[in-house]
Write a protein that binds this ligand. Sequence first.
Ligand SMILES: NC(=O)c1ccc[n+]([C@@H]2O[C@H](COP(=O)([O-])OP(=O)(O)OC[C@H]3O[C@@H](n4cnc5c(N)ncnc54)[C@H](OP(=O)(O)O)[C@@H]3O)[C@@H](O)[C@H]2O)c1
Length: 263
Amino acid sequence: MTAVITGASSGIGSAFAEHLASEQRDLVLVARRRDRLDQLAARLRAEHGVKVDVIAADLSEPGIWDRIGDELDELGVEVDLLVNNAGFGVHDDVVDSAAAALAQQVQVNCAAVVGLTTRLLPTMVRNGRGAVVNIGSTASFQPVPHMAVYGASKAFVLSFTEALAVELEGTGVRALAVCPGATETEFFDVAGESAKTGRARTAANLVAHAMRALEAGKISTVHGFDNAFGGLVLPRLLPRKAMARLAGRLTGRPSRTAPTPAA
Ligand SMILES: NC(=O)c1ccc[n+]([C@@H]2O[C@H](COP(=O)([O-])OP(=O)(O)OC[C@H]3O[C@@H](n4cnc5c(N)ncnc54)[C@H](OP(=O)(O)O)[C@@H]3O)[C@@H](O)[C@H]2O)c1
């Protein structure tokens, strides 16, 4: 039985790979940077004696889940754990963004999650065992001005996963949405350091938390007491507009290039 991890070339995805290999799980690692995946795969094989395959794929390509599904079939692996972890956030106001860049976030953070889940789920259900772990965020719980599409994409992940978990009741297959707060990874290389809110935790600690939540049969989990307060308690106390403004203050307005005056 094999775990597929997307976004395994760095950060939380790499930490999932480390954790699962140490538990003697065979792995398939997915991301765009094949060199990074190959290095990690070689190390995990040497250290843990597990089988590790690599699929280099750009999850922003429409329909990429079918190519990945076909490659998994060719590898002859039977997947019993899918970790939809790949994702990114762009710190910019909608008005200053290119439509293609925003659509790419929706494609990677939402469409690929749905596509891979839908492609791999029937085998798990037929086998009567397995799990889908989708990585949301504390951004899942309220609108996030200045990262509007990222926040909406993570709200999608949470809603999709919790609904899926209930659909799967009685099948032996579980679904879990994991909602990290700030975590020490390369995420902020893309989103920018100003998008970091609160104390950053380690990816290894997050993965251990996620695996405990999966074991406990939860359908979603927030990493860290402070993040749980911000994600689960505050939105029940404050109106949506106040929550949105608070999130917007925390994310901080991106530096905007002043418009050039007309000649
Ligand atoms: N770090 C945080 O503070 C934090 C907080 C909440 C939620 N999260 C979520 O955690 C997940 C993992 O992020 P991270 O923090 O570990 O960041 P990271 O270190 O930047 O890792 C992101 C991973 O996603 C992959 N990825 C990005 N775009 C891709 C694409 N088009 N196709 C295939 N793979 C792609 C990257 O691989 P390649 O570049 O090699 O393709 C990389 O492996 C994301 O969903 C993120 O939204 C992170």
